[in-house]
Design a protein around this ligand. Structure first.
Ligand SMILES: Cc1cc2nc3c(=O)[nH]c(=O)nc-3n(C[C@H](O)[C@H](O)[C@H](O)COP(=O)(O)O)c2cc1C
Length: 185
């Protein structure tokens, strides 16, 4: 199984990069799947600009950046969305990245690592409703990082001790689900 850990913020100075790197480091100690970081910022995606809706495009996208993004997602079996919460909801850049492609997400598994003043849990509750529309199945396991407790004044990330166990539990659910869905892909 190949799992992509997606950095869901493209903002200069984003905190999400440290969170994703922490997750990637822990995941790299496991032998149940291969794990790679997927940095949304590297794709320079445009706002949805394809005249054909992605669910009907059969993976043939007009925009080169979308094609590159689609090929990256297509090659993966499951995902960890490392997601901030913006205005009590999902971040626009990651939502757009989710929207611009469609079949590449189908019959795969996703888990959420969120962060925010209240752990980013409102964004994750929205994500759970969103991902199912692309036949992407979410595990229950979740890591919710509290911005004001787990980042210091200089913006350095020090996760609470229990986060590693929570993330392990998320991956313990994610990898078997991604495997169980394989016959449907
Ligand atoms: C546009 C915007 C809206 C935000 N809204 C929320 C919010 O609703 N809830 C929250 O907990 N934090 C909110 N924040 C603060 C973010 O949690 C914080 O800036 C975090 O570092 C964002 O993740 P990033 O640095 O990886 O982009 C918001 C930040 C931005 C930029």
């Amino acid at each position: 199984m190949k799992i992509g850990i997606i950095i869901g913020s493209t903002r200069p100075g984003r905190k999400g990069e440290q969170v994703a790197q922490w997750a990637r480091e822990l995941a790299g100690q496991r032998s149940d799947a291969s794990y790679e970081l997927v940095d949304l910022a590297e794709f320079d995606l445009h706002l949805l600009n394809d005249p054909t809706i992605p669910a009907a495009a059969k993976g043939q996208y007009a925009d080169e950046a979308t094609r590159r993004w689609g090929a990256t997602i297509d090659a993966l079996d499951g995902f960890v969305f490392v997601t901030p919460e913006y205005n009590h909801g999902v971040p626009g850049a990651l939502k757009n990245a989710f929207d611009v492609i469609s079949p590449e997400w189908a019959n795969k598994a996703v888990g959420f690592v969120s962060y925010g003043a209240d752990g980013g849990v409102r964004a994750v509750e929205q994500w759970r409703g969103i991902v199912i529309n692309a036949h992407l199945y979410a595990v229950r396991g979740q890591v919710a990082i509290y911005l004001f407790e787990e980042f210091d004044g200089e913006g350095r990330f020090t996760p609470k001790e229990r986060r590693a166990g929570e993330f392990a539990s998320l991956l313990d659910q994610l990898v078997p689900l991604a495997g169980a869905l394989e016959p449907l892909r």
